[in-house]
Design a binder for this molecule. Structure first.
Ligand code: URA
Length: 192
């Protein structure tokens, strides 16, 4: 394990032991992937399949995400994938504001360890963590600079499973990713 992996493991243990976190009856889905990745993908909250496997994005929307990432040249293990809320809300309901608040400090610390150049948010909940005024239909596919990182909001793959228009928009936005990665340093400097 390298230093980042060790720090992530320690953070995960801390989360497991935090009795104040909500949704404690569900399994912790901490996140997985390459700790040195330039891109971290952040979803909303785990679903039933993710809860069972304790891995993010392994259900239907995860399979679509994995497929779309491959189409633009990324294996999911090349990136790091996690969620803002790291336990499954019952009946797949949206996470509550107080659940998001409770899990936020851990996402903050996870990102401080990972230190990615680019954050790809999936859906409005994780977009709004970085861009409180953001609107997903208006802002998806755009590049924002937030605290020295590039944040690229994208539609959630679950929404793309329900609408061809959303799927096309998500696909088009993902296609921009290789260029955003190639230009990340320039975009970060330019935005200063
Ligand atoms: N949806 C999410 O937002 N995250 C997951 O891990 C799975 C589905």
């Amino acid at each position: 394990m390298n230093n980042k992996e060790e720090a992530l493991e320690a953070l995960k243990q801390e989360m497991e032991q935090d009795t104040l976190l909500p949704l404690k009856s569900a399994n912790l889905v901490f996140g997985e992937g390459n700790a040195d990745a330039k891109v971290v993908c952040i979803g909303e909250a785990p679903g039933a399949r993710e809860d069972e496997e304790r891995r993010p994005f392994v259900g239907r929307s995860g399979k679509l995400l994995t497929h779309l990432l491959l189409e633009v040249g990324f294996r999911r293990e090349d990136l790091y994938i996690t969620n803002i809320v790291k336990r499954r809300p019952p009946d797949n309901r949206d996470p509550l504001p107080e659940e998001i608040e409770a899990y936020k400090p851990y996402l903050f610390r996870q990102l401080r360890i990972l230190d990615p150049k680019i954050i790809m948010t999936l859906g409005r909940f994780s977009m709004n963590y970085f861009i409180p005024e953001g609107r997903i239909t208006r802002d998806q596919g755009k590049v924002f600079r937030v605290n020295g990182r590039l944040v690229v909001p994208m539609f959630h793959p679950a929404a793309a499973l329900r609408s061809t228009q959303t799927l096309n928009a998500l696909t088009a936005s993902l296609k921009k990713l290789p260029l955003i990665i190639a230009q990340a340093d320039m975009l970060l400097r330019k935005a200063l």
